[in-house]
Write a protein that binds this ligand. Sequence first.
Ligand SMILES: C[S@@+](CC[C@H](N)C(=O)[O-])C[C@H]1O[C@@H](n2cnc3c(N)ncnc32)[C@H](O)[C@@H]1O
Length: 236
Amino acid sequence: MNYTYLECLALFGVGGAHPGGLQLTKKILAEEKINGDTTLLEVGCGTGQTAAYLAQQYGCSINVLDNNSIMVEKAQQRFSSLALSIDAKVGDTENLPYPDKHFDIALSESVISFTNVIATIPEIKRVLKRNGRLLAIETVLEQTISEKEQTQIIDFYRFPQLFTENEWLTAFRDAGFQRVDVTKYQPGLEQVDEQHAADFSLSETIDDALLEILGKHEEIMQRNKDKLGFRIFRCS
Ligand SMILES: C[S@@+](CC[C@H](N)C(=O)[O-])C[C@H]1O[C@@H](n2cnc3c(N)ncnc32)[C@H](O)[C@@H]1O
């Protein structure tokens, strides 16, 4: 069977499946004003590690969504095992099942890159309150690469596009975000958080093809380490 990279993450149930993992998440969130009155949406929640942390640390109101039903099921299992009340839905970032101007914060940890950016960003903006902000950790193309290299990356991750930092900035501004602060993420600078270093929720059947996909991901990341980078975008 041919699995996609994202299906592979879902079957392994990888928590914190974004650059910097939960450690970077904690750092980004610590710079925001979040309290019990904050309404927060996490798109592409995966297995719900970040949402569980948010609920436990800040007690805010959280809605999460992912278009992979295995991810949502694993997130729901996590939330119920921790007795957390978090609304989790299967749904698409390009057509969010929430009313206009509803959330204070939207969070995307390596998610928008996997979607049609031009459709997703305005949809996130729609559900944010007037002063709402979007926090996103996303992949950027750091330098010009050959068409062949670009095709390999896009085909493996099934990225609908691979944007440079400037292209991301244009997309955020075109969607109506007036201020976009950008931070370059430097892998490896943070301490590993032992409590959350390995966070897996394995499905019953794990086929060898899945290990090959993880291996291919490592190989692509290594081969393109100067060409692919990551940014933290804070859009308001
Ligand atoms: C790289 S994983 C990151 C998961 C999670 N944010 C984390 O850090 O562990 C990307 C996630 O985005 C979800 N996703 C991709 N495209 C999506 C879409 N159009 N709508 C909703 N979720 C999507 C995938 O199913 C996957 O769970």
